[in-house]
Design a protein around this ligand. Structure first.
Ligand SMILES: NC(=O)c1ccc[n+]([C@@H]2O[C@H](COP(=O)([O-])OP(=O)(O)OC[C@H]3O[C@@H](n4cnc5c(N)ncnc54)[C@H](O)[C@@H]3O)[C@@H](O)[C@H]2O)c1
Length: 269
């Protein structure tokens, strides 16, 4: 079991690793035995996480070619190789499609899709040259559904899933696996900190009440570590025969029969 789940001897980069699910992913990778680097646009965040878990901090904006290449190359140099990559960077900006302008589309595609392509390409150069590796990206259920008020985000996240499938085909023969996760609403610090005047416990309780009201089968929204756990699974040998896949992390929402009324919800035990 330890051999399958453990990452001793592996060198791992977490992009967006300075906060929330990136921070927890860095912690889990470290606990699994990997040498870890965290890259983040926010230098204080990257340095704090690096200090907390004994990782290497990299400050980079991965939405640029230069930033993505520099982050990956620095991780490769400092860790003595690069065999694992987790990329959690992404952010939604909600607005009805009719009000969108080109700048919003470009920003959303750059932050949610193109940076994943840039980072994958930079990491792939090392992994293909050095005998293999494993990549786990972060998509969203918005990439499956019609993404109301999130058109560009949904398109970008669907693109992340497509990228995983394409790289599985192109890089599988060379020992590189590429998968992604698709979370639904997850109460990461970014979301809980936006609830004015609420402690973390109160914010979580409000999120859970919302989830229950919406009929989420598990009757709550996800927690930060519930994004990191599936990422760790995808980066470990427990998933060694998986590539090109997207793991849905949504408390069961996608498999629900859609026409459930609140009366139906109330009747359930
Ligand atoms: N939280 C949710 O409800 C939810 C739902 C579905 C999908 N997701 C996806 O999960 C991922 C993680 O979400 P989260 O809420 O944990 O994120 P977060 O906002 O907590 O963390 C993102 C990290 O990325 C860093 N970052 C932002 N821009 C960057 C850049 N250009 N270069 C380098 N680093 C940058 C930020 O500083 C931050 O530390 C995202 O891809 C998001 O789209 C989240």
């Amino acid at each position: 079991m330890k051999e399958l789940f453990g990452l001793e001897g592996q060198s791992a980069l977490v992009v967006g690793g300075g906060y929330g699910s990136g921070r927890i992913t860095a912690m889990l990778l470290k606990q699994a035995g990997a040498r870890v680097a965290v890259a983040d646009i926010d230098g204080d965040r990257a340095r704090n996480v690096a200090e907390e878990f004994g990782a290497h901090a990299i400050v980079a904006d991965v939405t640029t070619v230069e930033g993505a290449n520099a982050a990956v190359d620095e991780a490769h140099d400092k860790l003595g190789g690069l065999t694992r990559l987790a990329n959690i960077v992404g952010l939604v900006r909600m607005q009805p499609f009719i009000e969108n302008d080109l700048a919003l589309w470009q920003q959303q595609l750059q932050l949610n899709l193109i940076q994943q392509m840039l980072v994958c390409q930079a990491a792939g150069r090392h992994m293909l040259a050095e005998g293999g590796g494993v990549i786990a990206m972060t998509a969203s259920v918005s990439g499956f559904y019609g993404a109301r008020n999130n058109a560009a985000y949904g398109i970008a996240k669907a693109g992340v899933m497509s990228l995983a499938r394409t790289l599985a085909e192109e890089w599988g023969p060379h020992g590189v696996r590429v998968n992604c996760i698709a979370p639904d609403i997850t109460a990461t610090p970014r979301l809980t900190e936006q609830m004015p005047g609420a402690t973390e416990a109160e914010a979580l309780a409000r999120f859970d009440a919302m989830a229950a009201g919406e009929g989420v089968p598990l009757r709550r929204f996800g927690r930060t570590h519930e994004l990191s756990g599936p990422l760790l699974f995808l980066l470990s040998d427990l998933s060694s025969y998986m590539t090109g896949q997207c793991l849905v992390v949504d408390g069961g929402t996608m498999v629900r029969f859609p026409h459930v009324t609140s009366a139906d919800n109330a009747r359930q035990p």
